[in-house]
Design a protein around this ligand. Structure first.
Ligand code: ADP
Ligand code: MG
Length: 163
């Protein structure tokens, strides 16, 4: 397993991390699980990720829609927020399997907030990203991040990661 553990001092750094990661994913299908409490920065990370790849409009939190798709060049990004998912089986009805089938010459990237709600149905992640508030009340915008590989693909990606 490859692990990287460090601090993000503000929202901009979280978005820079997202942009950096987005640049080093050169595989047909990659799944990133985003863990952390409400307000930890999962959506902020996803927004930075999607915008860094050229998306111009809003990146809204898929709290009610559960998933928002983006098509950027040859990349298809599915941004999930499973906080309100009642049962993991709902994911099958949403056509989860279709999301996992890359078209030719396309790359599929899954960014999944609250993956624990989809346990058993979700694909296992390549990369786990855990965000947490740091303890210092003097630095409310500071977050801790742990990046951990969860598959051989994730290991090769994070092996080449520098921030
Ligand atoms: P989540 O999706 O994990 O519930 P959000 O990304 O929606 O969290 O919200 C994070 C909030 O914290 C935003 O209001 C953002 O502006 C703020 N924030 C402050 N510092 C950071 C940071 N370092 N990284 C990410 N968000 C931060
Ligand atoms: Mg969120």
């Amino acid at each position: 397993t490859v692990k990287h553990s460090f601090f993000l001092n503000d929202e901009t750094q979280t978005q820079q991390l997202a942009a950096t990661l987005a640049q080093i994913l050169h595989v047909p299908l990659v799944t990133i699980h985003l863990e952390g409490d409400l307000g930890a920065g999962k959506t902020t990370f996803s927004r930075g990720f999607i915008q860094s790849l050229g998306h111009k409009g809003h990146v809204k939190s898929p709290t009610y829609t559960l998933v928002e798709p983006y098509e950027l060049g040859n990349k298809r990004i599915f941004h999930f927020d499973l906080y309100r998912l009642a049962a993991a089986e709902e994911l099958e009805m949403m056509g989860m399997r279709d999301y996992l089938t890359p078209m030719h010459n396309q790359q599929v990237i899954l960014l999944i907030e609250w993956p624990s709600k989809g346990e058993g149905v979700l694909p296992s992640p390549d990369i786990l990203l855990k965000l947490s508030h740091s303890d210092s009340i003097n630095e409310p915008n500071r977050r801790h991040v742990l990046l951990e590989s969860q598959s051989p693909i994730g290991e090769s990606i994070l092996g080449a990661f520098q921030f």
